[in-house]
Design a protein around this ligand. Structure first.
Ligand code: ATP
Ligand code: MG
Length: 490
């Protein structure tokens, strides 16, 4: 058999590769991966939408010598089958080029290493003109220094500046690049805050890492709300795949009623709380996929509080079918088996957090209007006959009327709208009408006091414990006031 060279046609291939499917935020994240792999502790993103618009990503990492930049700019600079160091976030030898050129027509990489400043540039128009894979090399240091942000790079002992110019993709379909960039940079900030949150929040034993956008620091967003007291941590589990450890740690987020408006935003908003349930897969602590159960569970309302952190090492990339953008991967069967067990464990726990909410108050001495009864066939709710409002009423009635009241109570219990309540809870509609007013509480207290007196009972105990009785327990200030009034009347 004979051989024939079939060399890719540069202008066509480099143009087609722009459409791998990067968004602005995933492209920038890919460059930050490179900075992290190069041991950077600070990444400064600057964008200028006016004049000659540009976007610059400057890091203080190891930097590259001139021939290292040339190599880095080559498509397929590294073989994906290569074994990489544990902290390397790269895999394909493509990100720098494909991510950048998906957004701009002119990519310049300037780097500083061992006191040498050098630069190389991919210019799509030049490739089209020459029909060759030709990199541009600036003629002089002065030419490099005329590029934006190079001053900042030169002030550092080492580092790399990635510069995007002629950002045609950003401007496409927009009124102006100014408004487009401003808006999109907000999305970029949100994306980076989540994707790199474990770097930004400085996990114990790790070096400090920060990202700024136009000098504003990106604050980490922790999808597990680990800082929240009501977040439940389930035990961490490890399992081995091809001798590499995968670590799984489930979290159950607090019920939405326990979150402040700011915390709800952090958890992804009310809608995000449901949508973002599922696995959060981190490759070397960098988030690659989130908010999916990999079809191992349904996105149910009842599992919506569950989020599971999965840590995978880059040595298992081949099993996860990682994509070039590092935004897609699917677990291999050995992993799925283990994850399914985790799903069962947490779905049960999450369900409990969801449906048992409110029961906890039983243990703090509050006398509830409704009792939750665990029967053999499930749970049901009964009106608490020991509640003073009911008890005192029963005491005033003769036997016939008591039977009538009992029938009424049973009818209410039997027609309790459990299904509707369940649906409303799941969709987080408010579950309570307004808090009881001072007036209605006073009326109820007076009714109970009168009823007890009518049957010659003693009201002292009632007044002493009124603050522990629903609905008074929800309004301690009003209740104290009412008790004072009633004691005074006495
Ligand atoms: N900011 C940087 N600092 C130092 N070296 C860098 C930087 N960015 C890229 N490089 C070098 O350039 C090489 C090519 O980067 P590129 O992003 O194209 O591929 P990769 O990171 O190896 O793999 P992937 O395609 O998975 O991102 C890197 O392997 C690294 O050696
Ligand atoms: Mg890379």
């Amino acid at each position: 058999m004979a051989d024939l060279p079939a060399i890719p046609y540069a202008p066509a291939l480099i143009e087609s590769m722009r459409s791998v499917g990067y968004s602005l935020e995933s492209a920038i994240a890919d460059l930050i991966d490179n900075s992290i792999s190069a041991n950077a502790s600070c990444v400064a993103i600057q964008f200028r939408p006016f004049g000659d618009p540009y976007l610059a990503i400057l890091d203080d990492g190891d930097g590259m010598a001139p021939d290292e930049i040339t190599e880095a700019m080559r498509h397929g600079s590294r073989n994906p089958l290569e074994v990489r160091s544990e902290s390397d976030l790269g895999r394909f030898g493509l990100g720098l080029k494909t991510a950048s050129l998906s957004q701009c027509r002119k990519l310049t990489v300037v780097s500083m290493k061992s006191g040498v400043l050098s630069a190389r540039c991919w210019d799509l128009d030049f490739v089209a003109e020459t029909e060759q894979w030709l990199l541009r090399v600036p003629d002089s240091i002065e030419e490099i220094r005329r590029l934006p942000q190079v001053n900042e790079l030169e002030a550092q002992s080492s580092g790399t500046l990635v510069l995007w110019q002629e950002m045609d993709r950003l401007a496409a379909g927009e009124r102006s690049i100014e408004s487009a960039l401003g808006e999109k940079m907000d999305q970029v900030r949100e994306h980076l805050a989540l994707v790199f949150h474990r770097y930004l929040s400085r996990e114990p034993g790790r070096q400090k890492f920060s990202i700024t956008i136009n000098n504003n620091p990106v604050e980490p967003v922790d999808p597990f709300l680990t800082f929240h007291r009501a977040t439940q941590l389930l035990p961490e589990e490890d399992f081995l795949v091809e001798n590499h450890t995968i670590t799984v740690r489930p979290y159950i987020l607090p019920h939405i009623s326990k979150l402040s408006p700011d915390e709800i935003v952090l958890a992804g908003g009310e809608e995000g709380l449901r949508r973002n349930q599922g696995f959060y897969v981190y490759r070397n602590r960098r988030l690659i996929i989130w908010g999916t159960w990999f079809r191992l569970a349904r996105q149910e309302e009842l599992t919506k509080l569950a989020r599971v952190r999965v840590d995978i090492p880059n040595a298992l990339d081949h099993l996860w079918t990682l994509d070039i953008k590092k935004s897609g991967a699917y677990p291999p069967e050995v992993v799925r088996i283990n994850l399914r067990r985790t799903v069962d464990r947490i779905a049960e726990r999450s369900r409990r957090t969801y449906t048992y909410r409110g029961r906890r108050t039983n243990s703090n001495g509050i006398l509830h209007t409704w009792s939750r009864i665990q029967g053999r066939d499930g749970v049901f709710y009964q009106i608490n006959r020991d509640h003073p409002a009911i008890g005192s009423l029963l005491d005033t009635l003769d036997t016939g009327k008591r039977a009538l009241l009992e029938t009424v109570l049973r009818t209410l219990e039997a027609t309790y709208p459990a299904d509707a309540l369940y649906a409303d809870m799941a969709s987080d509609r408010p579950q309570h009408p307004d808090d009881p007013s001072m007036e209605s509480l006073r009326e109820l207290a007076i009714l109970m006091v009168d009823a007890i007196r009518t049957s010659n009972g003693d009201v002292t105990g009632l007044l002493q414990n009124l603050h522990l009785i629903e609905p008074f327990s929800t309004q301690p200030d009003f209740t104290a006031h009412i008790v004072k009034e009633l004691n005074h009347v006495d």
